[in-house]
Design a binder for this molecule. Structure first.
Ligand SMILES: [Zn+2]
Length: 326
């Protein structure tokens, strides 16, 4: 499982740890590395180039999704492991056509082309897709209904996650507006439920599975320079990490990797108290920063993730581990 906290640097994690008076599931991981995030054309990456690096092992330009710097299509992890009969879920606490999840199934040289990104999903082997932005699929300018086309390909589709609350087999696409809400506005345990549903469905697949789960809105809080927003989103993401750890503990064969595509806000923590759960901060930018992001690994082969390496090495390491078993 690859859990990506969008915009989550060490300061965001420690702010969450402080707010919880000294607790964070992520801090129970023992194997830790650092990922260098620069893109092909910038010292400071965006989510498109950052996620494409992790999904395909190639650095690309900012704004490019699933294609290299010349616009050539790259093959992401779900496509590579589909040939090994492994199954994939891509889930997000946000817009599923946004750059991070899109890098795992789409191929566009402009991240804002959400309808083209949605159409690319028709050619992806991803089994489960959960997030928001149903309009890119069913209220399109070209008036195609991608839900109808996906149903013809064997997917169950829904605009409400609650529809699939019972364990359900098979492929599914769930695009629920709830995913777009911040925690403060009532998203509640959307991402955790999406992960549980994905694990129920894929967890028993004999050849194994890959799940990318994105805590999308840590980044939004960073762009707003809004620390409470960052902390609430950070803690929601950490709950999802806890759920992944529980599954990994029971299953014994699952590797959990927690990282970020980049840091957002240039956040520094200048005063606080872990005992009192209080922290004062300063943001140095409304954008992203260049600082390497932590990588936390848990479970089999987690030792492989120690050290300081380029974000593309995450793809290399994941694929090397998968190939040991296939
Ligand atoms: Zn951002």
């Amino acid at each position: 499982m690859l859990l990506i906290g969008d915009g989550m640097g060490l300061a965001q994690m420690y702010a969450g740890y402080t707010a919880l008076v000294g607790q964070l599931n992520i801090f129970n991981f023992r194997n830790i590395g650092l990922s260098k995030t620069a893109s092909a054309d910038s010292y400071i990456t965006d989510s498109a180039a950052g996620a494409t690096a992790m999904a395909t092992g190639q650095k690309t330009k900012n704004r490019y999704v699933g294609v290299d710097s010349t616009g050539r299509r790259l093959t992401p992890i779900p496509d590579l492991i589909n040939a090994l009969k492994m199954k994939t879920a891509i889930i997000s606490a946000g817009d599923i056509t946004d750059a991070t999840p899109a890098s795992f199934y789409a191929h566009q040289s402009e991240r804002s082309l959400s309808e083209a990104i949605a159409a690319d999903f028709l050619n992806s082997p991803v089994d489960i897709l959960i997030g928001s932005n149903s309009s890119a699929f069913i209220e399109r300018q070209d008036s195609h209904n991608l839900f109808t086309l996906l149903q013809q390909k064997g997917y169950q589709t829904s605009t409400r996650l609650a529809t699939f609350s019972k364990p359900l087999a098979g492929k599914m696409v769930v695009l629920d507006t709830t995913a777009m809400l911040s925690e403060a506005k009532g998203r509640a345990e959307f991402l955790k439920k999406a992960l549980q549903l994905s694990l129920q469905n894929l967890g028993k697949n004999k050849a194994g599975f890959f799940i990318m789960a994105e805590g999308a809105q840590i980044d939004h809080g960073g762009h707003e320079n809004n620390l409470p927003y960052v902390v609430q989103e950070m803690l929601d993401f950490d709950q999802v990490v806890g759920e992944a750890m529980r599954f990994a503990d029971e299953n014994g064969e699952t590797l959990v990797i927690v990282t970020a595509d980049h840091e957002t806000g240039g956040l520094s923590l200048l005063e606080g108290s872990v005992n009192q759960g209080y922290v004062a901060s300063n943001f140095s930018t409304k954008g992203h920063s260049a600082i390497p992001v932590p990588v936390f690994a848990y479970g089999p082969h987690s030792l492989d993730f120690r050290g300081v390496y380029e974000n593309t090495a995450l793809f290399d390491k994941i694929m090397q581990i998968i190939k040991k078993y296939h």
